[in-house]
Design a protein around this ligand. Sequence first.
Ligand SMILES: CC(C)(COP(=O)(O)OP(=O)(O)OC[C@H]1O[C@@H](n2cnc3c(N)ncnc32)[C@H](O)[C@@H]1OP(=O)(O)O)[C@@H](O)C(=O)NCCC(=O)NCCS
Length: 326
Amino acid sequence: MKGSKIIGTGSYLPEKVVTNFDLEKIVDTSDEWIRTRSGIEERHFVGDDEAASDLVVKAAKKAIEMASIEPKDIDAIVVGTISPDTLFPSTGCWVGTALGIEGVPAFDVSAACSGFLYGLIVADSLIKAGTAKRVLVSGVEVLTRITNWTDRTTCVLFGDGAGSVIMEATDDDSGILSSYWGADGSLGDLLIQPAGGSRMPATHETVDKNLHTIYMKGNEVYKHAVRMMALAAGETLKKANVKPEELALFIPHQANIRIIEATIKRFGIPIEKTMITIDRIGNISSATIPISLDMAVREGRVKKGDLILLDAFGGGFTWGAALIKW
Ligand SMILES: CC(C)(COP(=O)(O)OP(=O)(O)OC[C@H]1O[C@@H](n2cnc3c(N)ncnc32)[C@H](O)[C@@H]1OP(=O)(O)O)[C@@H](O)C(=O)NCCC(=O)NCCS
């Protein structure tokens, strides 16, 4: 087999829609501030009885249907997430059982907003190595469960949702043409969920101090995001010898409309060729890119032979990009 290609996409956003005006009622903020600083207008929140794997199962079923396969045809499950059902078992294990897929490897990838890209690159490598033929790759977050609702600088940014793709071995020239990924743990403290791991186990004090929620030094992260999104995109295009003007669609991580605008300006990619979903879904970390890809596919913005660039940056820091020929 030459490589891997995506044969199905699916996504799921929880029913509850929360607007900026709704947030004005619980925290000292305004629709104007959120829209102009981030580009977000609304986001989706999970219901009380929903967890990460429930969202993935709904997204995965749609991807399986589009791919015209059965769950039993999947031979590996990879889930990018930082808000799993449980620290262990992995969300991948819960998803496999819920879909009735038995005995295949299932695991989570923790790379924050780059989680789906990391999962995609891992799945591409598994397929190219002959270890798997058909992989379910998902990104899911239930960020509202790890949000500090007293911190207005972060709580207005995040939402919940899941996106999935089915990747399959291919002999033709479509699929993943190139990818680039990396990490730098020296800046990990700028975007972190400090407590709940072995460094700082749960105590009454960690709960009282909100240390089990997302902490972000937004303006510091912003600078690195702009730089590393450009690096990952540029290196991925260079590896495949593809020029930015040859792209049919650019799907960047949706953390901030200003980061997206800075990235497309740098490459001369027109806004019409850029998938913008942040207004509708907010920042859903690892789920943002697969949800945006599924929206693009279902809105008819992707056709056979199109070159599509995915590009992400997140906590860790981590970054990743992949160039796909559809
Ligand atoms: C989070 C982010 C939107 C904040 O925007 P910003 O322009 O950097 O804003 P700042 O944090 O500098 O805050 C500016 C002012 O707005 C205020 N502010 C912060 N949040 C606010 C809110 N929700 N409503 C109203 N005012 C707010 C601050 O208190 C500050 O006020 P001051 O100037 O009086 O001190 C932006 O930094 C960002 O997108 N960062 C990167 C996120 C990212 O890429 N993450 C990685 C992947 S998830």
